[in-house]
Design a protein around this ligand. Structure first.
Ligand code: UDP
Length: 235
């Protein structure tokens, strides 16, 4: 379905995990985006980003604002599928099947600490990391490391739209069945940024907590009132 013209797939967390576990078995690289209202608002003015989202195999409903908008448009079964929760669950799937995971991006040491956390959640998980750079100059090095390790799942944490752009330009060369843009998920897993309490998340107010712990986000979040206004007006 579409939220303000941008594709969002109407599915539950369980369905998303099952689909990705199936894709992980092999085949061409599937580009998976974790969509929130900031994505939607950016894609409306950034044609290149909109095109990358159109080319995605899956646009997961990451933000509560996107879930709220999708429900208003008639998708009753939709659930939030955050990059953080998804990575934890995929780590368990990978460990159980003997598949490897690769974490690309995030600040110095963050991906390594996120990998430690995933190993604790999914004992036996094979996981490798590389900070690299969202800039194309770092692609060759990153691709070499990824291809040598041979993961089934690649998580790219460069923030939107850089992480989706990274996957889109390298998807034909990486030889990984599932590549997901995960935003700040590695920061959360590493304990770098504290996550909102579950009760706040269930009320759809996780963004208020994020604003509290990372006040610089106010500039990026300035589009949220416009998102709500446009959804209500369209409805
Ligand atoms: N990041 C990076 N290199 C960059 C820009 C961003 O590794 O040049 C990382 C950053 O450290 C963070 C992630 O990309 O781990 C982006 O997280 P952000 O919180 O912006 O994503 P969101 O969850 O808001 O989409």
């Amino acid at each position: 379905m579409r939220v303000l013209g941008i594709r969002v797939d109407c599915l539950t967390f369980k369905q998303a995990v099952e689909l990705l576990a199936t894709w992980g078995c092999g085949g061409p690289t599937r580009l998976v985006a974790t969509v929130n209202p900031e994505f939607v608002m950016r894609a409306r003015t950034d044609a290149a980003f909109a095109q990358v989202l159109e080319s995605a195999d899956l646009c997961l409903p990451d933000g509560s604002g996107v879930v709220w908008a999708a429900r208003r448009t008639g998708c009753r079964t939709i659930e939030r599928v955050t990059g953080t929760d998804l990575l934890a669950e995929l780590a368990r799937t990978c460990a159980a099947r003997g598949w490897a995971m690769f974490l690309l991006g995030a600040g110095p040491g963050v991906a390594d600490r996120a990998a430690d956390r995933l190993r604790a959640l999914a004992p036996g998980l094979k996981v490798e990391t590389h900070a690299g750079s969202p800039d194309a100059s770092g692609d060759e090095r990153a691709l070499t490391l990824i291809q040598e390790f041979g993961p089934r799942v690649l998580a790219v944490a460069y923030g939107a739209p850089h992480q989706e752009a990274w996957i889109a330009r390298n998807r034909d060369r990486m030889r990984v069945p599932v590549a997901i843009g995960v935003g700040g998920a590695l920061d959360f897993l590493a304990g770098e940024v504290s996550r909102a309490p579950a009760w706040l998340g269930s009320m759809g107010l996780e963004w208020t907590y994020r604003l509290l712990v990372q006040p610089w986000r106010v500039w990026r979040m300035r589009v949220l009132p416009q998102f709500v206004f446009d959804v209500l007006r369209q409805w």
